[in-house]
Structures are given as C-alpha cells and as structure tokens.
Design a protein around this ligand. Sequence first.
Ligand code: M1P
Length: 250
Amino acid sequence: MAARMPGVIALFDVDGTLTAPRKAVTPEMLEFMHKLRKVVTVGVVGGSDLVKISEQLGSSVITDYDFVFSENGLIAHKDGKHIGSQSLKTFLGEDKLKEFINFTLHYIADLDIPIKRGTFIEFRSGMLNVSPIGRNCSQEERDEFEKYDKIHNVRPKMVALLQEKFAHLHLTFSIGGQISFDVFPRGWDKTYCLRFLDDFHEIHFFGDKTYKGGNDHEIYESERTIGHTVTSPDDTVEQCTALFLTGSSS
Ligand code: M1P
C-alpha cells in the first residue's frame, strides 16, 4: 500500500460504470479494482442504498474499497467502518414527509401504465426512492418499463409535477436508474461524499450519467473533482488503465 499515489483517489459510480445497470460486478472488474487499489486509493459512490450496492459489488464491499458511499454518501464507510449518515426524517420532519408521500402515492395510484407491482416508495436513510412500476418488479418487467418510459416520459412528467408542487421543500429529483427516481434535499447529491475526502488533492470521478440531469452531473462538474465520462464498465477499465496503470509494474 505504501506505493500508492499520495493524495490521489479514483472514485467510481456503480451502475453503468463498474457494472451493467442493477447487475452484479464481473470477476474481471473485481480483479481490475483489486489491481488498481494497489496504486491508488479507490472509492465508490452510488445512488442506491448499501444493501443494493452490496448485491452488485459483493457482500464484502465496505472492506474491498477504501471508501464506500451509498445513497450519494449520505451513508459513508471508510476502511470498512461507518463514518457518517444523514437522516431525511430528521431534516424534513414527519409532517412534510407525510405530505410528500401521500401526494406521491395518490399520483401513482391514478397513473395508467401497463403494469404495477409493489414498493412504490422506498424509504431510505437520506432519501426517498420513488418507482411508478414498483421496486419489486422482475428484471424483465424493469427492462420493459425502462423502454416504455423512454417513449412516454412517465418519470420526467412525474418529476416535473412534484418539483412544482413541492418547490417549497427545496428537493432534488434524480433519475439515475431504470425504474425509479431519487428524492433528497438540495445539495445531497453525489457531491455530498466529497466532504469525507478532504485529505485528497486529486479526486478522479468516473461516471456514465455525467450529462445535465444525470445523477453523476454535479460531482462530475464539481471544482473539487477531475471528471471522466465513461460509456460502459469496459470503458472504465480502459480509461483507468491509461491513467493509473500504464507504466506501473503492478
Ligand atoms: O444507482 C443508480 C440508481 O439505481 C437504482 O435505480 P433503478 O432501481 O431505478 O434502476 C436505485 O437504487 C436508485 O436509487 C439509484 O440512484
């Protein structure tokens, strides 16, 4: 570990960057990350909660990486230890939360889409995850919804309405995956995790949704990071090899 680049960290989004969306990491990518970690500090920052990140990156994820930021860093782990968490419940209070949840569930109840399953709102520590089809749909149903949404804009239309209706709550709505969107207070996007990285003068961030409106946009644009847009996990490996491993004996 002593040979690692001092003050430099490579920080990765999960879906579309280290794995295919909502799929498990490949053994090849795990091996690559292991190799990379020998030359540079490595962290991951995902919009998902720790349970889903562990399903994708493995049950030992919090010790496999130097930093693991779930829910954008609203839950933070360093060297396998919990170092911070944020609570949406404390921040908004029960009344505002209830107002938002009630309205959203009514909206979904009236929504005419081909199929609905269960778990329309997932209550996480620092955010709500809202899914018009319901989170416990199958992989096939999830893929179908994503296609349907691209044509009918179910999520963008819903987000536009909620943004207007709840403007007073100063919330951010982020469409980061296939079937849902995340809702959290302004500023609690992926830049939130940067507060845990004050020891690093060079923060390389890799993500696929770096465009405006994507859930990697704010951290990609941040003055504190050097942003890299990737098109797939293979592209992540290629870009990291060129940046960190070319010329390295590891
Ligand atoms: O990591 C991106 C997103 O992954 C999931 O999205 P979906 O289930 O819609 O594909 C969710 O965990 C979401 O919170 C997260 O931002």
